[in-house]
Design a protein around this ligand. Structure first.
Ligand SMILES: Cc1ncc(COP(=O)(O)O)c(C=O)c1O
Length: 387
């Protein structure tokens, strides 16, 4: 059968590719340690699960409004005011089936063929494919030589007549880079001068470590709130990746067009997952901080052990649950990070994600969303295999 040109050009997510290889080995009874996970290993908090159970028991199993229930939009307005200190209305919110879906709807809604979107690299694997699906062109700015941080001057140089938007992901998957308010102010200035739309993917905003602080470009001024689209969701903050609830906050006209697009694809996100998300956003928040603290302890273990592996160089993450060391010193031997990842999976039974999919062919990504003892065991295996 003939596959469309658009879909033929979409790569398989490298994260999923590693996970499936690791799963195949596990199925053969091998003791594989997976550093590939892109999701918290904690269970969804009980009070959130109970809200979904109550919704099911009350027969809340039918269609809801396409862009999300009124009560969920109200909960998002409330949470946005709490977390960002900005006042929005339900007209600024559309709820979709996960933050990836929110981003997909947004990019399809605001981009036309030939438009350019700036993506600082390393970037989250899905940005360039979604931009291409929208017929637009990802313009990659490599920040590896700049401590993985985009500078305003670099941004300025990359802008052309066709540049429409920039994606800022802070804390960043895969690097953990978390921009300061001052850095964002400089980037924002260039965006304003060049009339760019800003996409602020803030999905890791609650997973930030001591010494750093989350800031969103959307909060810097009224003018910036108006040109920024915040991508958010419950997946990472509340350990709810499987529930598939994400949302976009932004200009009411664009939000309405996104809702129209969604009305012709998925319709509403799952009704009882929406009910659970209301509880997540409005209920007790202590589990969020408990998870963050656990991640911080694991990060300390991982950072210390990675710095002990010859040929690995790491910039300590300030947020997220990933480390993204450079393994350049090993690439004479393995040629690519995929080669290194294959070697580690075969010889050490350890799964890591190669950097190519993140636009960074010298790095690998290791998640610390796994128990301390597995982190220690896995990193010891890597060290041994490479020695
Ligand atoms: C940077 C970033 N944005 C968005 C998403 C999508 O999140 P969701 O699971 O809600 O679709 C992810 C998931 O890995 C991510 O890492």
């Amino acid at each position: 059968m003939k596959i469309s040109t658009t879909v033929s050009s979409i790569p398989t997510s490298p994260t999923l590719a590693v996970t499936s290889k690791a799963k195949a080995l596990k199925a053969q009874g091998k003791n594989v340690i997976g550093f590939g996970a892109g999701e918290p290993d904690f269970d969804t908090p009980e009070h959130i699960k109970q809200a979904a159970i109550r919704a099911l028991e009350n027969g809340f199993t039918k269609y809801t409004p396409v862009g999300g229930m009124v009560e969920l939009k109200d909960a998002i307005v409330y949470r946005t005011s709490e977390d960002y200190g900005i006042e929005i209305t339900p007209e600024n919110v559309v709820v979709s089936c996960g933050a990836k879906h929110s981003l997909f709807n947004l990019l399809l809604t605001i981009l036309s063929p030939g438009d350019e979107v700036i993506c600082p690299s390393p970037y989250w694997v899905s940005y360039p494919p979604i931009i291409r699906i929208a017929g637009a062109v990802p313009v990659i700015i490599d920040t590896t030589e700049n401590n993985m941080r985009l500078e305003a001057a670099q941004l300025k140089e990359s802008i052309t007549k066709r540049t429409r938007a920039i994606i800022i992901n802070s804390p960043c998957n895969p690097t953990g880079t978390t921009y300061t308010r001052k850095e964002l102010e400089k980037i924002a200035e260039v965006c304003l001068e060049n009339d760019l739309m800003i996409i602020s993917d803030d999905i890791y905003h609650k997973i930030v470590y001591s010494g750093s602080e989350f800031s969103s470009i959307a909060t810097l001024s009224r003018e910036l709130t108006e040109r920024t689209f915040i991508i958010q969701g419950v997946s990472k903050t509340y350990a709810m990746t499987g529930w598939r609830i994400g949302y976009c906050i932004g200009n009411a006209e664009v939000i309405s067009a996104m809702t129209r697009l969604q009305s012709q694809s998925t319709s509403n996100p799952t009704s009882f997952a929406q009910a659970a998300s209301i509880e997540a956003l409005k209920g007790p928040q202590d589990t969020v901080e408990d998870m963050r603290k656990t991640f911080e302890k694991r990060k300390a273990i991982m950072v210390s052990m990675l710095s002990d592996i010859p040929g690995f160089e790491l910039i300590e993450p300030q947020g997220t649950f990933y480390c993204f060391p450079s393994v350049k010193a090993h690439l004479d031997r393995f040629k690519t990070t995929s080669g290194l990842a294959d070697f580690l999976l075969e010889k050490a039974l350890v799964a890591v994600v190669p950097g190519e999919g993140f636009g960074s062919p010298d790095h690998i990504r290791l998640s610390f969303a796994l128990h301390d003892e597995n982190i220690v065991d896995g990193l010891n295996r890597i060290k041994q295999a490479l020695s």
